[in-house]
Write a protein that binds this ligand. Structure first.
Ligand SMILES: Cc1ncc(COP(=O)(O)O)c(C=O)c1O
Length: 378
């Protein structure tokens, strides 16, 4: 059997990792500023994380949600505390798409409506509703096509206001990333998020903050939406929550009432996944990683803005987009091949930095020196 070939891959086999360093099978060392797509939040093979998962696996790795799993409650309590949402409720699943799928379903159960507002360049995942709310027709299968999702221009307050005025009582939910990731590191403006909050409240629609990529401390606040001083009704998360252990979640405002069978999953919230997630939050809290994301992120952004050849530097904290002119689109590949630095990309020519939240200023300097070299030789 061969693999179903859907990923264009770099010809690199990583066999070892520690913190923000990874090694290939030839022993070459790389700096990881990509974190396997914003997933590695506390660094690869963090000793506390490895210890907790190992201990848990030696006790019990999995049982279904048909029994008591106390570590779920421990996780909920810790997440409530670190995210500042102690009165919210936690539902655990397995991925970002599944988190958004459940968030959109829950919204529709709540207000009995069908219409969803999403925005241009949004990415919310590949399951049926999540992909229907994703602004990329090439990944929407015919069976996923629906008239229930309405795309509005990102950050366009007049368009949002007009949509609510025309059919506000039909809108179930507004789903938005605080900073669009796949869309090229584009931040929702504070006033736009505030308008979403006030319109969804006025029309009894649900504000879903997709925090799968921009959440979990990446921007220096727990949720990127926090920068606007608003509280969403549902926060979806995944990626950084498990530092590589597959795990997703939604944090749900108290106004939503649970009932048996409303949502469900076989794997979500299993012992091992919860051990991974608890370890991540313990490290985030103990090592004050939100402050580090702000500090190193601010430094990187300020330094990057000094390069003349860069068209624009966008983002916040450790979610940074570097927009290059078309003729310099090769720089991302050069950084990997010539400087052994992993970065992410957004099409067509944005370098995305999504490193672990505990990278150091020395890592930032290593990247800045490599980028300077690449730009000088371009
Ligand atoms: C903002 C956002 N939402 C949802 C998803 C989907 O997450 P997953 O790939 O875990 O299903 C992603 C993945 O990149 C994402 O960036």
């Amino acid at each position: 059997m061969d693999l179903f070939n859907v990923y264009p891959v770099n010809p690199i086999n990583i066999v070892k990792a520690a913190g923000s360093t990874v090694w290939d099978e030839q022993g070459n060392e790389y700096l990881d500023l990509y974190g396997g797509h914003a997933v590695i939040s506390i660094g690869h093979t963090h000793p506390h994380y490895v210890k907790r998962i190992t201990e848990q696996l030696n006790q019990i790795g999995f049982y279904s949600n048909s029994i008591e799993i106390p570590i779920q409650k421990q996780l909920a309590q810790l997440l409530g505390e670190v995210s500042g949402k102690e009165d919210y409720h936690l539902f655990l699943c397995n991925s970002g798409a599944e988190a958004n799928e459940n968030a959109l379903k829950l919204a529709s159960f709540y207000n009995g409506r069908k219409k969803i507002i999403a925005f241009t360049k949004a990415f919310h995942g590949r399951t049926s509703l999540a992909v229907a709310a994703t602004d990329n027709p090439s990944i929407i299968a015919p069976v996923n096509e629906t008239d229930n999702v309405i795309f509005l221009p990102f950050n366009d307050e007049a368009a949002l206001q007009a949509a609510f005025e025309s059919y506000g009582n039909e809108i179930s939910a507004v789903i938005i990333e605080g900073i669009q990731g796949v869309g090229g590191i584009r931040e929702a403006s504070k006033s736009f998020l505030q308008l979403i909050r006030s319109l969804t409240t006025a029309y009894n629609a649900v504000y879903i903050a997709d925090s799968v990529q921009c959440g979990y401390g990446r921007t220096g606040q727990f949720y990127a939406h926090d920068w606007a001083g608003v509280e969403a009704d549902i926060y979806s998360m995944a990626k950084g929550i498990g530092n590589g252990f597959p795990l997703g979640a939604i944090s749900i405002a108290p106004k939503f009432k649970a009932s048996y069978g409303l949502l469900g999953t076989t794997f979500g919230g299993n012992h091992l996944a919860c051990a991974a997630a608890v370890a991540v939050l313990e490290v985030i809290k103990q090592d004050n990683l939100l402050a580090n994301a702000t500090e190193v992120g601010d430094y990187l952004i300020a330094e990057l803005k000094k390069f003349d050849q860069i068209l624009e530097v966008r983002g916040r904290g450790l979610m940074i987009g570097i927009e290059l002119p078309v003729e310099l689109a090769h720089i991302k590949k050069d950084l990997l091949v010539k400087n052994r630095i992993f970065t992410g990309e957004a099409k067509p020519n944005v370098i995305r930095l999504l490193p672990a939240l505990n990278i150091t200023k020395a890592h930032a300097d290593q990247f800045l020196a490599a980028l300077k070299e690449r730009l000088e030789q371009a």
